[in-house]
Design a protein around this ligand. Structure first.
Ligand SMILES: [Zn+2]
Length: 325
């Protein structure tokens, strides 16, 4: 009895150790697709994430650019931490060099549900933009657009935060926001406001027009002209006021006539930018364009653990109280 108990305990301890080792080494469970190599806690999860990643890569590329992405020369490694109560988050890194993009790495974490319906499509959209534009986007345009493909619960959360930021003077003036190539110290307002503006523009012109607009702005570094060309808005201050009025009204859907135009694919003509390396800028080149190699990391908003700071970056226009959704 005594011996049996000890043996049982030893066996139990061994089983526990094996279990611990399996949990630690669980990340070794892997799955490979055409464009991704996934490490996840189990084979089943790795397969689910890998298949979803390929599906998003195809579907979202078509939605944003009108065509699927060509296969990458090397797959993007995805490391996934999956647990029911793990906060949703992710980070994707890549390198731009002379108009090419490579050295992908992606880390994602969260519940299986949130990874599959929000974190993964968000991070995959970053890789689609990097592959298409071959240069860094202004952060608001990048993070804002990536947030529009998340689950409605996540998008609603961004909207609630936006209202709070606008009420407490943490909004970012548009001229300043459009000039931001990096994350500001107070990063959450950039996500919330970037998402809201991307949503506003996409609801008025669709995703492909948004991509054409961003491409135009990147090429010319003249965002006001790009806005005028694609959205009929003359300058950033004007857009800021129109957008703010829309937020104050509770973000109403655009008139049916505009929605009908958006669904018309003929309004969009494909760009060849994604195929050609870094065309010469027609105006002042940004520092990123001068550097031959630019390392880029995009973070998911919940991963951002920056110190919150108030002050200089506040939106100039004080918004009137807005009713919560
Ligand atoms: Zn992101």
């Amino acid at each position: 009895m005594q011996v049996g108990q000890i043996r049982f305990r030893v066996f139990f301890l061994l089983a526990l150790l094996v279990g611990l080792f399996a949990t630690t080494a669980g990340q070794a469970a892997g799955y490979r697709t055409a464009n991704f190599v996934i490490e996840a806690p189990s084979d089943q999860l790795a397969r689910r994430i890998g298949d979803a990643a390929e599906q998003y890569r195809h579907d979202l590329a078509v939605e944003w650019t009108g065509q699927p992405l060509p296969r990458w020369s090397r797959p993007c490694p995805i490391t996934a931490q999956v647990a029911p109560n793990l906060g949703a988050g992710g980070a994707t890194s890549f390198v731009f060099d002379r108009g090419e993009v490579f050295n992908w790495t992606m880390s994602i974490q969260g519940s299986e549900e949130r990874i599959l319906d929000s974190v993964l499509p968000h991070e995959i959209t970053h890789t689609i933009f990097a592959s298409h534009f071959r240069q860094p986007l202004p952060r608001w345009a990048d993070e804002g657009a990536c947030t529009t493909v998340e689950h409605p619960v996540e998008r609603a959360r961004q909207h609630r935060m936006l209202i709070e930021f606008l009420r407490t003077g943490r909004g970012i003036a548009f001229p300043e926001m459009f000039a931001m190539r990096e994350y500001p110290a107070d990063v959450l307002p950039l996500y919330a406001q970037g998402y809201s503006l991307a949503r506003y523009l996409i609801e008025r012109g669709g995703r492909r027009r948004y991509v054409a607009f961003v491409g135009d702005g990147l090429d010319s570094n003249d965002w006001a002209t790009a806005l005028g060309r694609h959205y009929g808005v003359g300058d950033l201050a004007n857009l800021q006021q129109t957008w703010l009025d829309w937020v104050k009204k509770g973000c109403p859907a655009p008139p049916a006539a505009i929605a009908a135009v958006i669904s018309e694919p003929a309004t969009w003509s494909p760009t060849t930018r994604g195929q050609s390396p870094d065309p010469a800028p027609s105006r002042q080149p940004s520092p990123e364009r001068l550097a031959t190699t630019t390392s880029r990391q995009s973070i998911y908003v919940l991963q951002a653990r920056r110190t919150q700071r108030q002050g200089s970056s506040s939106l100039a226009t004080e918004p009137a109280p807005v009713s919560r959704p």
